[in-house]
Ligand binder design. Structure first.
Ligand code: PRP
Ligand code: URA
Length: 208
């Protein structure tokens, strides 16, 4: 599907296998989320715009480039939080804007409970961060909010997707590229990704 990018990078594949493992404890789980997020963001930002600069080295002048666009990292609380820090280290000039959305356990519909966006957009590119794309409801709800806010260029960066979530997100926002580590088989009857990794929020925060 156009717009869907599944990483085949060996480092990501290796780390996702460790992440899924039921034996992986929260500390290691958080480390892996952080590391996978950095690698995925590296791939997802390969088309960012650059402006030319000239820098003075100890030996003379060099042609260089600097990021032309202001980046906003938009983690979907809670589980998206774990993807922020590592990516932020790679792009310390980014702004971080939090959106709180959880899935109602019975209806699986997204419920928004927190929005810290400023009145007007302050960034040119938004990276929406959430490790899990299950029904796609949470991602669509957040991207709806960002577009109403005025965001023009949005990318979704996640770790594990279900086909149902990819379809829903792509149909709602065909202009939003979806960068994932892996595309899984299906959703089960209670809306969990199979084989997935269980509950990404609970496994990060030790609340399962
Ligand atoms: C999880 C996950 C996504 C959402 C994905 O969050 O982090 O935000 O589910 O499911 P969807 O694609 O069907 O909307 P959850 O609702 O468990 O909240 P939490 O991160 O606070 O635990
Ligand atoms: N949210 C999760 O954390 N895991 C799933 O499998 C689906 C939604």
């Amino acid at each position: 599907m156009e717009g869907l990018h599944i990483s085949n990078h060996p480092l990501i594949c290796h780390k996702v296998a460790l992440l899924r493992d039921i034996q992986t404890e929260p500390k290691k789980f958080r480390e892996l989320i952080r590391e996978i997020a950095i690698l995925l963001a590296y791939e997802a930002t390969s088309d960012l715009g650059l402006s030319p600069v000239t820098v003075t080295t100890p030996m003379g002048q060099a042609d260089g480039a600097t990021l032309a666009e202001k980046i906003g990292l938009v983690p979907i609380l809670r589980a998206g939080l774990g993807m922020v820090e590592g990516i932020w280290e790679m792009m310390p000039g980014a702004e971080v804007w939090h959106l709180g959305v959880y899935r109602d356990e019975k209806t699986l519909r997204p419920v928004q409970y927190y929005n810290k966006l400023p009145v007007a957009p302050t960034v040119q590119v938004c990276l929406v961060l959430d490790p899990m794309l299950a029904t796609g409801g949470s991602a669509v709800a957040c991207i709806d909010i960002l577009k109403r806010w005025g965001a023009r260029r949005i990318k979704f960066v996640g770790i594990i997707a279900a086909p149902e979530g990819v379809k829903t997100l792509h149909e709602a926002h065909p202009d939003v590229p979806i960068h994932m580590a892996v595309l899984d088989s299906n959703l089960n009857e209670i809306g969990y990704i199979v084989p997935g990794l269980g509950d990404a929020g609970d496994r990060q925060f030790g609340t399962g």
